[in-house]
Design a protein around this ligand. Structure first.
Ligand code: DGY
Length: 327
């Protein structure tokens, strides 16, 4: 019987069914239920053919420089800013992700965050739990109505496009900022492509759906945050470091924004402590794709990617196709 491939799975919480499938194909070692350390990752890249990884596992240049055996990193996420792609490619390591299957779940969460902030849902829930509800009042938790407002999309990729379509369905006008024009979005919603500054000045809701790259790091710095329309909402289900969190605290203190809804953080899992002080900020623990449907589908895609790559076949979602030219 031919020797099985060796695959390391960095979390025991990945849906079992997909792992069982992987187990028929490879010899799996599952990491205990805690984040993997840098030294452990170094040992993985030396002793395993493949790794099924989480976005909190950092495959930086140093870790990858130790890679003697590893051939594929299958990231259980659509984003892959936890991996030094250039280094991986240089080492001949294939990197894959899980696009599409989580787009709707993440878009729904962005919309949920938008409503939570606009209608002050968490504040109102707390108020009731504290026994303060004494009956209907004319001015109890007045919020912002979204229909007729402008939805400003930052990043018109798969998740951003779906989010904007939903916002349009709610009666919002759509404007977007993106490197390329999105003709589908324009055709379906009449969306207008704007430069970043004009979008920030125009939008009542700014929703971030950009990947984290050197160009998008702190894209929303103090100057840009202060350009946002007074009373606007800021929603981030993309990546935390796109917003300068210290600057966000300052802008919230100035009372410029009506509120913010965040699912991701600059120093994740740490959250800038001052953000906890604002009742008009909703803070979630990075659960954009956290639905049963999306997480099961992500596991299937991640395993499919691994099986293909280990056999030397192009995986369905290879993020560094240049690797195919690497000896
Ligand atoms: C991703 O996939 O990149 C999300 O942030 C988590 O699902």
């Amino acid at each position: 019987m031919p020797q099985k491939y060796k695959v390391y799975v960095t979390s025991p919480r990945i849906p079992k069914q997909a792992l069982e499938r992987l187990g028929r194909f490879a010899e799996i070692t599952v990491h205990p239920d805690r984040p993997i350390t840098k030294n452990e990752l170094i040992s993985v890249v030396q002793n395993f053919d493949g790794v099924l990884a989480l976005l909190r596992d950092r495959f930086d240049a140093e870790v990858l420089s130790h890679a003697t055996r590893l051939r594929v990193i299958s990231n259980y996420a659509v984003g892959y800013d936890n991996i030094d792609i250039q280094k991986a490619t240089g080492k001949g390591i294939w990197v894959t992700n899980t696009p599409d299957v989580l787009s709707n779940a993440t878009a729904e969460l962005a919309i949920a965050l938008m409503f939570s902030v606009a209608r002050r849902l968490l504040e109102a829930d707390q108020f009731l739990r504290q026994g303060k509800f004494r009956g209907w009042e004319p001015d109890l938790f007045l919020g912002i109505e979204l229909a007729g407002r402008t939805f400003g999309l930052l990043g018109a990729g798969r998740i951003g496009t779906l989010t904007a379509l939903k916002a349009y369905g709610l009666g919002m006008r759509v404007v977007y900022f993106s490197r390329k024009r999105n003709l589908l979005l324009e055709a379906q919603t009449g969306a207008k492509k704007l430069d970043l500054e004009s979008l920030l000045e125009t939008a009542d809701v700014v929703s971030i759906h950009l990947p984290l790259t050197p160009e998008t790091h702190h894209l929303l710095d103090l100057t840009r945050l202060q350009k946002m329309k007074p009373g606007a909402l800021l929603i981030n289900t993309g990546r935390g470091p796109i917003i300068d969190e210290k600057a966000l605290v300052q802008v919230l203190r100035e009372g410029r924004l009506a509120g913010a809804g965040l699912d991701v953080y600059e120093f994740e899992p740490e959250v800038t402590p001052e953000l906890l002080e604002f009742p008009n900020v909703v803070l979630l623990p990075h659960i954009g794709s956290a639905t049963h449907r999306a997480r099961n589908a992500m596991a299937e895609v991640a395993v499919e990617n691994l099986i293909h790559a280990l056999q030397g076949q192009r995986p369905p979602s290879l993020v560094n196709p240049e690797v195919l030219g690497t000896p």
